[in-house]
Design a protein around this ligand. Structure first.
Ligand SMILES: Cc1cc2nc3c(=O)[nH]c(=O)nc-3n(C[C@H](O)[C@H](O)[C@H](O)COP(=O)(O)OP(=O)(O)OC[C@H]3O[C@@H](n4cnc5c(N)ncnc54)[C@H](O)[C@@H]3O)c2cc1C
Length: 467
């Protein structure tokens, strides 16, 4: 039985994460796990879950999967529906267990180190499409359903949930809503908050509550769906979600413009903003961050048009005309298949593991040229990807000096923006706070957290300001 060392290992990594030196992890008494929430040994947790729900519902898995702390092994519960999820959380509450909610577990390293983790609760086996009404353009899915699976099904009826988060086909819809994740087509379709109309959530004590509903016009009073979206699993575990859908556009095409420097492309973005064009995605990408058909020394502006064919043809022609103004930029046109393939590769390359460090900088779209210039000035050998519609810049790199990140954060924050560590080594996370300064909203966030999870057992310490 390997679970006894697991609990010791868990304690050891918690101490390590908190800079407490241990000579030998086997010296640790379980009672010392004061911040782990529970003193129940891991083998007992596993046995209780398996007895209550069956052997397949709780497993001891290799720490490489669902990595939160650096344990070799970890226990994961895989409830199969909302009622089982509620029972798992009641059992965990009775033992005062600290929980990490998860979907597919692809992005669990985002955020601060967890203060404790007795159990991961994954929705990966809650993956059914519960209702789908093409005529109403609405659907209800379980949290573990992947976006790729649902959108493949909805494509048969020429519909989709218009969200394209960074990552690959494994991302669950629950994980996407919990993180408020969006991708390039935010430019035209907004964020997950705009498409979620209702959800059911299980709270830390196992209680099930609902917000919103299954029809489009039903929001009365405070819209809790918006509160849960992007709360990173700190308020409850999302079990089911209802969405409004969009009709799938009949045409998909993209244009890539090239230039040696970012400046002429930023100018083109400005001309596009001032025009009647409505691109679905518009990303400014520096060379080397992915395999691009472009000049190896410069930048590319990739623009996507998801629309009806006639509109798409007009938009392409207009964008090319605007590209000729000023610097007469070179361009390449991609057909539907090339376009789809390009954007899929773009989103997947973000999570390729080629980058040790990923920063997300949010500032005003008008500040984009200045933000890029400052990054270029402070950081060498990094790649940048900018979401031209909202000015968010992602910096991909190997190790970056913590002092330089702090200087960059200072510059950005002074101008009302923010810098978040999307991916970073343990060492960098110790030197640079992951989320940055959240400002006065922190005290409200703490009060909400205290109301929803008074014992602080859900994702302890991982969110903004250690919430
Ligand atoms: C390397 C990498 C980089 C990424 N970068 C970005 C980015 O910059 N911007 C962006 O918007 N998205 C980003 N994503 C997020 C990704 O696009 C997914 O949408 C999603 O967050 C991962 O899905 P998952 O099922 O694997 O979630 P997981 O990795 O399992 O969970 C992600 C987070 O959501 C919580 N969570 C998961 N499911 C639930 C649930 N049902 N209820 C409550 N909480 C839950 C977890 O506790 C965790 O904090 C990135 C993903 C990866 C792998």
């Amino acid at each position: 039985m390997r679970s006894a060392p697991l609990s010791l290992n868990c304690a050891a990594t918690w101490y390590k994460a908190n800079d407490i030196q241990l000579e030998n992890s086997s010296d640790i008494e379980l009672e010392n796990m004061s911040n782990s929430g529970s003193t129940v040994p891991s083998d007992k947790i596993l046995a209780r879950l398996q007895k209550a729900f069956g052997e397949d519902r709780a497993q001891l898995v290799d720490g490489e999967r669902f990595r939160v702390l650096n344990e070799e092994y970890r226990i994961i519960a895989f409830p199969q529906n909302i009622d089982e999820l509620s029972e798992v959380l009641k059992l965990a509450a009775a033992d005062n267990l600290s929980l990490i909610p998860a979907g597919a577990g692809t992005w669990l390293d985002m955020g601060n180190h967890a203060r404790a983790c007795d159990l991961i609760v994954s929705t990966a086996k809650m993956s059914r499409v519960l209702e789908y009404e093409p005529a109403d353009l609405t659907a209800t899915v379980e949290a573990g359903c992947t976006l790729a699976t649902f959108n493949r099904k909805a494509a048969e009826d020429k519909q989709f949930i218009p969200i394209d988060p960074f990552g690959d086909d494994r991302s669950t819809i629950g994980g996407t809503i919990a993180t408020g994740s969006y991708g390039p087509i935010r430019c035209a379709y907004g964020t997950p908050r705009d498409w979620l109309i209702g959800l059911r959530i299980v709270h830390a004590d196992g209680q099930i509550t609902s917000a919103g509903g299954k029809v489009v016009k039903n929001v009365a009073g405070y819209d809790l769906c918006k509160l849960y979206t992007g709360s990173f699993g700190t308020l409850g575990i999302i079990a089911e979600m209802s969405f409004k859908l969009r009709a799938l556009p009949s045409d998909d095409s993209s244009l890539i413009f090239y230039a040696d420097t970012a400046r002429p492309l930023c100018d083109l973005i400005g001309r596009i903003h001032d025009s009647d064009l409505s691109p679905s995605a518009m990303e400014l990408i520096s060379y080397g961050s992915m395999d691009l058909p472009m000049d190896p020394s410069g930048f590319a502006l990739a623009i996507r048009f998801l629309s009806e064919t006639e509109t798409a043809l007009w938009q392409q022609a207009e964008a090319i005309r605007l590209g000729r103004m000023g610097s007469d930029l070179n361009h390449k046109l991609m057909n539907a298949q090339e376009s789809d393939e390009f954007w899929r590769r773009y989103r997947e390359s973000e999570i390729s593991g080629d980058w040790e460090t990923c920063l997300r900088i949010s500032s005003l779209p008008a500040a984009l040229p200045d933000t890029l210039a400052v990054i270029d000035n402070l950081l060498s050998r990094v790649h940048t990807r900018a979401h031209a519609a909202n000015g968010a810049v992602r910096v991909l790199s190997q190790a970056i000096d913590s002092e330089v990140i702090l200087e960059l954060r200072n510059y950005i924050q002074q101008r009302g923006g923010s810098l978040v560590l999307i991916r970073a080594s343990d060492d960098l996370k110790r030197r640079v706070e992951v989320w940055g300064d959240a400002g006065p909203s922190v005290s409200i966030m703490r009060q909400i957290k205290d109301r929803f999870d008074p014992q602080g057992r859900l994702n302890p310490g991982r969110f903004i300001a250690g919430i």
